[in-house]
Design a protein around this ligand. Sequence first.
Ligand code: PGA
Ligand code: ZN
Length: 425
Amino acid sequence: TIENIKAREVFDSRGNPTVEADVILSDGTLGRAEVPSGASTGELEAVELRDGGSRLQGKGVSKAVNNVNTAINDALHGADPFNQAKIDDAMIKLDGTKNKAKLGANAILAVSMATCRAAANYQKVPLYRYLGGTDLELPQTFHNVINGGEHADNGIDMQEFMITPVERTSFRDGFEKIANTYHTLKKVIEDAGYQSGLGDEGGFAPDLNSSEEALQMLHDAIKKAGYEPGKEIAIAFDAAASYFYNHDTGNYDFEGTTKTPDQMADYYKGLLEKFPEIISIEDPFGEDDWDNFAKFTANYGDKVQIVADDPVCTNPELITKAIKKGMANSILIKLNQIGTVTETLEAIRLARKNGYTTMMSHRSGETGDTFIADFTVATNSAELKSGAPARSERVEKYNQLLRIEEELGTEGTRLAHFPDNVDFD
Ligand code: PGA
Ligand code: ZN
C-alpha cells in the first residue's frame, strides 16, 4: 500500500519550475515522476497550478507541491498502488473541478505517474511491461528538427518541422538515419547562411523567411544525407494553427499574409504536391475552427495523416465530439493535457476504437523523465514525437526505446510502420 507521497519543486528544460513526486510504498519501494509543460497549450487543457506573484516569474509550483504533500497524501494513504483507476479517480474527486484547477493537473499527474512507477518497481518489472500487454511494438518516431512558432524566435509561423524514418530494419537503424539527417541539416542551414542555434525542442531555429523554406531544407537534408525522401525518411509538420488564427476575422494571419480558411487549405495542398514525402499534418486549422478542420480531413484525410492536438487536448469528451464531426484521423496524446494516466489510456482507447491513429507526444518544456517512452510501447501507440535527436530531455526518450528494443530483442520486436500498416490493437 501507499505509505507516503512527497513532492518537490524541480526545473524543466526551459528553466521553469515543475512538479516532481515520490510515491513510497509500505515496503519502502519508491516511484518517482516529473511532469512536463507546454508553451503552445490548448485552451481546454487541464490547468497547471502556478503560484503567481513575483517569485520565479510567477511560475512557481509551491501550491501544487503543497497539495500533493497534504490533501493528496492524506487521501491516498493506505491505497493500493496497483489499482491505478481507483487512485486517479480518488484524485479527480478530491479536486472536484472539470479541469483540475483546484489541486492542479501538475500535482495530480505527478502522483498518477509516480504511482505507476512504484507499482512497476515493486513487481521488479520495467514500466512498459507493467503497463502493457504482450506483443509490444516499437513506435515510429517523429523528430522536430526545425523549430518555429512559439518554440523559437524566428519568422516561421508553423511550429514544428519533423522527419520520421519509414524503411528501417530496427528501431536503432531508423534512429541512426534520423541522427545522420539531423547533422546534415545543420550543414544545409549553415551553408545557406543561417544560424544553426537550437529552439525549445532541440531542432534548429534558423531565421528563415517561410515555412516552405523550412520544408525545402528538410527535403534537401534528407537527400544530401543519402536517403530517399518518402521512402527512407518522410516529413511531417505541426502547424499549431491556433497561434496564427485570427479570432476576430476567422482568417489566418500567416507569414505576412492574410489567408481565408480555403486559401490556407490550398496552401497545404500546394505543400503536399511539392513535397509528396509529407505524411502527417498536425493542427492545420485553429482549435476553434472545427468546421474547416473537418473539411480539410474530408478532402485530404485519405492522402495524409491529420493529427488533432489543441482542439481535443487528450480529453475523452472532446475526442468523442471530434470523431462525431469527422475531424482529423489521428489524435495527439499528451498526459499533462488531461492529467491522469487512466484518462490518457481512455483517450487512446477511444481513438483506436474509432480507427484513429495515436501519436504520443512530449511537451516543449520537458524533463529527464522517460515515462512516455515506456507508455508508448505499452499502449502500442505506434507513433511518438519527442523532439530532435539532440538535447538530453528529448534524446533520453529515444535512448529508453533503444534499451527497450535491446530487452525485447530485435527479432521478436514489431516495428510500427506508418502509413502502411499501423496496428490498432
Ligand atoms: P507544446 O507544443 O508542448 O509547447 O504545447 C507541442 C505541440 O503543440 O504539439
Ligand atoms: Zn501540436
